[in-house]
Design a protein around this ligand. Structure first.
Ligand SMILES: *Cc1c(COP(=O)(O)O)cnc(C)c1O
Length: 375
């Protein structure tokens, strides 16, 4: 199926934009730092495999995911690309990650023991990334003495290979955050000490926001997700940072009908026509990931113009006010995220209206929405 065919909903992903975003990020990197493209959660809703392929073409050399199943999917497509599972693993998930020849995140000695046993059983010698919690307060070991112990244990093990020491920032997207500087300093202090003992130890810390704000956070590798997809890690205009949004969310005006003043659209009658008008019905709703919080709180592009989304969004439909005089005909394309002519609705605009972040908007586009790839 091609995009000129009318469909109730469609996400069009420009993999050329993903490739260019990666090339742009790779150019920004300090020294010889590598670009790891984060393609967890199906590439932030964009499609993990297609985006991973584009990211590799754009200069990424490592792929990172959160879950073992995600690593297994990638391994089936990419035979020899280094993969990193960043998340916590149950024993059976660990087996799956090892079968996928993934590198493994470690922050407990008990888990390192388990990893060593399983690695021997699999006849593999996986690389481990020791995670130092410098303040994110999520995964990782907080005590630098224990972190150093883990690094030494991995370095002297015959069952695993010492790969990296890494951390994750809690406030990289807050431009004035002093906490970011504190985390960076805590990481750098221990990292440089351990790198002296273990010259092969790789260091990585930066997500997209850190990569763009602070070259000193690049170390040996950066882990970029959101910026790969052309979304702004600071929730602002991605074009201002030379990033190209890769995803468009499209639907169409399936029906156009006249409303007398006072007639209402949708559940609960949250909107009534203030005057005689025409209403367009879009066959897309929260079942597709168009969140109900956008009810009476969004705009949609039709024919290159913005129209207000009116009434309550239902699971499968939403309505827009086309105004008292309209030339819009049934099956006219509608864009909920993306551009038509010179008008554009950014994912960041939708996120702001929902009081959330762009990440959640694209991750929330449901599997019912077919993905189509173009370049
Ligand atoms: C998701 C994630 C990233 C990528 O973050 P972005 O803000 O999307 O660039 C990096 N590191 C870890 C540990 C993550 O969970």
């Amino acid at each position: 199926m091609s995009s000129d065919e009318v469909r109730r909903s469609l996400a069009v992903i420009d993999v050329g934009a993903v490739e260019r975003n990666c090339a742009r990020l790779a150019r920004e990197l300090e020294g010889s730092a590598a670009l790891c493209a984060v393609v967890k959660a199906d590439g932030y809703g964009h499609g993990a495999i297609e985006c991973a392929r584009a990211a590799l073409a754009g200069g990424a050399t490592v792929l990172a995911v959160a879950a073992a199943t995600e690593a297994a999917e990638l391994r089936a497509e990419f035979d020899d690309v280094p993969l990193l599972v960043m998340g916590a693993l149950t024993p059976s998930e660990l087996d799956l990650a090892l079968e996928a020849r993934s590198e493994i995140a470690v922050w407990r000695l008990r888990f390192l023991d388990l990893l060593e046993r399983r690695a021997r059983e699999h006849g593999l010698r996986p690389r481990v990334h020791v995670k130092y919690d410098t303040g994110m307060g999520r995964l990782g070991e907080r005590d630098p003495v224990v972190v150093a112990k883990l690094v030494r244990a991995a370095a002297t093990s015959d069952a695993v290979e010492l790969g990296a020491l890494w951390t994750h920032f809690a406030t990289a997207d807050e431009p004035d955050s002093a906490f970011f500087d504190q985390q960076l300093e805590a990481f750098r202090d221990l990292a440089l000490e351990l790198k002296e003992e273990h010259p092969g130890l790789l260091l990585h810390a930066a997500n997209s926001a850190a990569t763009l704000r602070e070259a000193a956070s690049h170390f040996d590798m950066v882990r970029c997700g959101i910026a790969v997809y052309g979304l702004d890690p600071f929730g602002e205009d991605p074009f201002a940072r030379d990033l190209e949004p890769a995803l468009e969310l499209r639907s169409n005006v399936a029906d156009v009908k006249p409303f007398d003043a006072g007639a209402s659209a949708g559940y609960g009658r949250t909107w009534s026509a203030p005057a005689d008008t025409w209403v367009g019905v879009l066959p897309i709703g929260y079942g597709d990931g168009v969140r109900r919080g956008l009810s009476n709180n969004a705009e949609v592009l039709v024919g290159g113009r913005r129209y207000p989304l009116v009434g309550t969004i239902s699971m499968d439909n939403a309505t827009i006010d086309l105004g008292p005089e309209t030339e819009v005909e049934p099956w006219t394309p509608a864009t909920l995220i993306g551009a038509q002519g010179s008008e554009r609705i950014l994912c960041e605009e939708v996120a702001r209206r929902l009081d959330t972040i762009n990440y959640e908007v694209t991750c929330g586009i449901s599997p019912r929405v077919p993905r189509e790839y173009k370049r």
